[in-house]
Write a protein that binds this ligand. Structure first.
Ligand code: ZN
Ligand code: ZN
Length: 148
């Protein structure tokens, strides 16, 4: 392979050795340990016929069950395949008790609401409508059942 001899002697061997011993090591990590840039590491590995990208473990997304390889851009990458799944997991789809509409909200907030009111509504409007019907006797005299 046609490789420019731009690398300090010793570095090349060390980079290759580190890659062989640490298939999961990133280029930056190897570069840090060999005192060369990430780009140089990539060049050395490419010239040496070694995998340039580190080995990535496969994970199963906790939300959609898809098998995925984490990327650096997603910090919670070991649990969810994407930001959307992260959001959906922590904001479960819940049905409004009043209008039946499906909506998403923070799981913790739904649990808190369920503990407090024992009812789940999509918003204040439905909450108000429910409360008005069941508890708003003064505001809605037609709801008062008079005892005979
Ligand atoms: Zn997913
Ligand atoms: Zn509703």
């Amino acid at each position: 392979m046609n490789c420019p001899q731009v690398v300090k002697s010793g570095c090349r061997e060390k980079v290759i050795e580190l890659r062989r011993n640490n298939p999961c090591a990133t280029q930056s990590w190897i570069g840090l340990h060999c005192g060369v840039s990430r780009q140089r590491v990539e060049q050395i590995l490419f010239c040496g016929g070694l995998p340039t990208s580190h080995y990535r473990t496969k994970y199963v997304c906790a939300n959609c069950r898809k098998v995925f390889s984490p990327t650096r851009s997603i910090s919670m990458s070991k649990i969810f395949c994407c930001r959307r799944c992260h959001y959906e997991y922590y904001n479960p789809l819940t049905a409004c008790e009043w209008c039946g509409k499906l909506f998403r909200d923070k799981g913790s907030s739904i649990v808190a609401r369920a503990n407090r009111n024992k009812h789940i509504f999509c918003g204040d409007k439905c909450n108000g409508a429910y409360m008005g019907k069941h508890y708003g006797f003064a505001a809605h005299p037609e709801n008062i059942r008079r005892r005979a």
